[in-house]
Design a protein around this ligand. Structure first.
Ligand code: ZN
Length: 339
């Protein structure tokens, strides 16, 4: 199963989907779930919903988000380079020196690099002294352009999306990429759905998957759910930090984040399931975090809500998890939905 999970995660990571421009990831999901034999559909805002076992009572929704952090063109500078605005919340320094792809609204693509305005260490400014913000950082396009007019001629304009290179790789069990948040979880859910179909696994209640596309800006799962859902488990990255117990090899069960505590009983059910299956897990609180499940309950959905995921280090930067964390998450979810 590990190979299947990693294949889906790699495919997803290598499909650009900065929040607000997720069409390619949506298409990928629709096609893959159709191939598996499901009947996925999209709600109005574009979330991909996969009915695994239909029913209108006591339904369980498992969600993962496929939108990622990224950049958008804020303006074209007089020198032809691009001033940008961040998509999602992260220090711009985390994107420094990364290759990017600019995707215009007419579908043209250009590569470039995101960096500080004067990156040469042999010039007269010391790069160490530069504040990494949207005034001091820019995207240089891999085209010969030295003026705003020349860049406009390429078809680039304010409002175009910019995707970071994902740099996906697996080294000695460690999975590294930008965007493991939350494509690691999405890959686990895909592999689980494939397993259910191929091996006729009995599911104990109506079950739906939701792949949301606006989580990084807070409203991914605010609306548009199938009827009859009573429980929602957001499957999203576990925070790895100083005083927290989660690491990349563990399954993290979140008791509380910035939105407050998660549902007591549903969270306990996940903890009991982890214990019963000898899963290496940790219960943690995430100091600065909100999930699709908290967005759902905050917007008039009467759900019990919980949050679980494999540990992801260096979140919103060049992220890292481990196959043990991914496999543990897989085992926990599979056991919870089929017990
Ligand atoms: Zn996330």
């Amino acid at each position: 199963m590990t190979e299947q999970i990693l294949k889906y995660i790699k495919d997803l990571c290598e499909t650009p989907s900065p929040t607000g421009y997720t069409k390619r990831a949506e298409k990928y999901l629709m096609e893959e779930f159709e191939k598996m034999g499901y009947k996925p559909y999209q709600n109005h805002k574009g979330n991909v919903i996969v009915p695994i076992k239909e029913g209108t009572e006591n339904g369980l929704l498992l969600s993962a988000h496929v939108d990622t952090l990224g950049l958008m063109v804020r303006s074209i500078k007089a020198n032809g380079r691009l001033r940008v605005t961040a998509l999602g919340g992260y220090p711009l320094a985390y994107g420094e020196q990364e290759n990017v792809t600019i995707i215009t609204r007419s579908g043209k693509e250009y590569t470039g690099v995101f960096r500080i305005n004067e990156p040469a260490v042999h010039g007269s400014t010391d790069p160490k002294e530069i504040t990494r913000d949207d005034k001091n950082m820019e995207v240089v396009i891999d085209e010969i352009t030295n003026s705003a007019e020349e860049t406009e001629k390429l078809g680039i304009s304010a409002g175009d999306f910019i995707a970071y290179d994902p740099r996906f790789r697996v080294d000695n069990g460690f999975v590294k990429s930008r965007h493991l948040d939350d494509k690691a979880s999405a890959g686990v859910l895909m592999a689980l759905a494939k397993d259910i179909k191929e091996n006729n696994i009995n599911i104990n209640r109506p079950l739906y998957l939701a792949f949301t596309i606006y989580e990084e800006v807070g409203h991914g799962a605010a609306s548009g759910h199938p009827e009859g859902i009573t429980d929602m488990i957001a499957v999203d990255m576990g925070v790895v930090y100083d005083d927290l117990k989660t690491d990349e090899t563990k399954v993290s069960i979140c008791a509380k984040d910035s939105s407050g505590p998660y549902n007591y009983d549903l969270t306990n059910e996940l903890i009991e399931e982890a214990k019963a299956n000898d899963i290496d897990y940790a219960i943690d609180i995430y100091p600065l975090y909100g999930s699709d499940a908290s967005a759902a309950v905050a917007s008039a959905n009467d759900f019990r809500h919980a949050l679980v995921g494999s540990g992801v280090a260096a979140s919103h930067g060049y992220e890292r998890t481990h196959v043990n964390g991914l496999n543990g998450l897989y085992k926990l979810l599979k056991s919870y939905i089929s017990k």
